[in-house]
Design a protein around this ligand. Structure first.
Ligand code: SF4
Length: 548
């Protein structure tokens, strides 16, 4: 496999630009600026410069708001440049967890602290400089809320409450942390299937996911060109890349019953060598657990879980990933691959949610997490599935208890089964709720869930839904500085600063397009109303007039 010469597309597939895309330079508002980590490393942000308050509302300059910028080379120039390559230690060096435990602050920990703080130091300086007492009163408390130090990041990694998924062989990726103390992260699944027409499209999906703020991407490719697709994604991606190695192991074996530990080991080793940052490993699906799914309405819905259940049934043997877990840990440790302990028995319907099978696996994942700690390997725990609203929080509570507060990484959960075509919404509802309870990363779901392979437009929809869910969770958990964007948005809304509203929204081009669709023309973006209620009945205008 390592002999394959990857063909990395030189030209990034671009969607046809709409007028709004052009306005926002390909949907990214603001401009790229860099902060500096404690080690002097540049950390990218997007600076959103806001318009002053209109004179009719008292005037006054507004400070800039900073957002994390995960777009790497895609968000710079014409988007076809190469990612900056960071210096990385050689394989076999101490993992982030081992370094943290030894009291060492790595460059990655410093980078993470700078990114999580969202340049609030610059905001405080600007608030002092612009002399706008109203803006100072509005932003100062959040701007001055707790700031992370590199030592805080180290302590959380050492406590196994945060991970920094970054393979020693992935110099293109920028460091980021997944943990409940930090902003909730969102993963976007991309990748080919056996019926994909052109694997180069995956680079377009990567770009789309990054433009919408994906913190990691998982390459779930199956079918032909798995290796080339992964190589292209790894060498292009400024965010950590995850995989599910058993998919490729199955491609090699041909059919589940021919799969062997050796197939898996070779694939895992090769993917680790290639630079994959985290891997889903379904080592907690045990034979006894599978028996507990017998009376389920929807059986086993995880691809990896179903595959291993079929293998165990055919072989009458225990899950080889569980039996060989120590060897898995050895490979993961060598490259600092974070293990994402997979929820192979997650529920596929609300009827099956929180059943014995799901929880038996979760308990086993807790045991595997403890073994990984002894081996110096970073771990996340994957979670449900389809779960009714009142039981969503329980999943986080049990994960805390059984898995020692390791970062929880959940798919949704989807809170109803009837949302086909809109499952990004059913899943974002559960995602916001479980994120509020402490989940560290949400795996997005697209409108195509249960129906087909998502395309770039579906990626955009799924990402928008999950960025909103993650942000709602940040507000609920009181993540320092998370509310700055909301304060800025609401202030812009009440002062009818339309362009600021667009720039601060989750999808600026869409917000601008929707506004202009029904109220366009030269004055529309200065108007003190929109087409929703019209000039006579705009309640915000009326509310303002009360005190003018
Ligand atoms: S017209 Fe209605 S929807 Fe539009 S800005 Fe005023 S209150 Fe908001």
């Amino acid at each position: 496999m390592t002999n394959v010469k990857p063909q990395i597309p030189r030209v990034v597939p671009q969607r046809e630009a709409s007028p709004c895309d052009r306005l926002f330079a390909g949907r990214l508002p603001g401009i790229r600026v860099y902060g500096k980590s404690q080690d002097g490393e540049p950390v990218p942000f997007r600076r959103i410069d806001l318009a002053p308050t209109p004179a009719a509302f008292g005037g006054g300059r507004q400070p800039a708001i900073f957002l994390a910028d995960v777009t790497g080379p895609f968000g710079e120039g014409d988007g076809t440049g190469s990612p900056r390559r960071r210096t990385r230690p050689a394989p076999g060096s101490p993992t982030q967890y081992e370094a943290a435990k030894a009291g060492v602050i790595t460059p990655e920990m410093s980078f993470v602290a700078e990114r999580e703080n969202l340049r609030r130091d610059a905001l405080i300086e600007e608030l002092a400089a612009i002399g706008n007492p109203k803006a100072k009163a509005l932003y100062e408390r959040s701007a001055k809320a707790k700031r992370f130090t590199p030592e805080d990041v180290r302590a959380l990694v050492a406590a196994r409450e945060a991970v920094i998924p970054l393979n020693f062989r992935h110099p293109e990726a920028e460091p980021m942390a997944i943990g409940r103390a930090f902003a909730t992260k969102v993963n976007a699944n991309i990748g080919t299937s056996s019926i994909s027409k052109d694997w180069h499209e995956e680079i377009g999906k990567l770009r789309e996911a990054l433009f919408c703020g994906a913190d990691t991407v998982m390459d779930l490719s199956t079918g032909a060109h798995i290796v080339e697709t992964r190589e292209a994604l790894l060498r292009s991606s400024p965010v950590p890349v995850g995989t599910v190695p058993i998919y490729e192991a199955l491609e090699r074996a041909g059919k589940p019953e021919d799969l062997t530990w050796e197939h898996f080991r070779d694939v895992m080793e090769a993917q680790a060598k290639q630079g994959v940052d985290y891997m889903t490993i379904h080592a907690g699906v045990l034979r006894d657990h599978v028996a507990l799914t017998k009376d389920r309405l929807t059986g086993i819905v995880s691809r990896g879980g179903g595959l291993l259940a079929a293998w165990m049934h055919a072989k009458r043997e225990e899950n080889f990933l569980y039996l060989h877990f120590d060897e898995i840990l050895e490979i993961a440790r060598r490259y600092d691959v974070t293990l994402s302990l997979g929820d192979g028995l997650r529920s596929g319907s609300v009827h099956d949610g929180c059943d014995k099978a799901q929880f038996a696996e979760l308990k086993t994942l807790g045991e595997l997490n403890r073994r990984a700690a002894e081996a110096g390997v970073q771990v996340m725990i994957e979670g449900p599935g389809h779960i009714v609203l009142p039981k969503v929080e329980l999943n986080q509570q049990l994960e805390d208890e059984w898995c020692s507060r390791a970062p929880f990484y959940t798919l949704g959960p989807l809170v109803t089964d009837m949302g086909a075509g809109y499952d990004h919404i059913t899943a974002a509802i559960g995602g916001a709720l479980i994120g509020a309870a402490g989940t560290a990363m949400l795996c997005y779901v697209t409108p195509k869930e249960h129906l087909g392979l998502p395309d770039a437009a579906d990626v955009r929809e799924g990402m928008a839904a999950f960025r909103i869910a993650a942000h709602a969770a940040d507000l609920a958990r009181g993540i320092p500085g998370a509310d700055l964007r909301d304060l800025a948005m609401s202030s812009a809304r009440f002062e009818f600063r339309w362009n600021d509203q667009f720039a601060l929204s989750v999808d600026p081009a869409r917000a601008a397009a929707f506004h202009d669709e029904t109220l366009s023309g030269s004055g529309a973006r200065e108007a003190h109303f929109c087409s929703m209620c019209g000039p006579q009945f705009c309640p915000m205008k009326l509310a303002r007039d009360l005190f003018d």
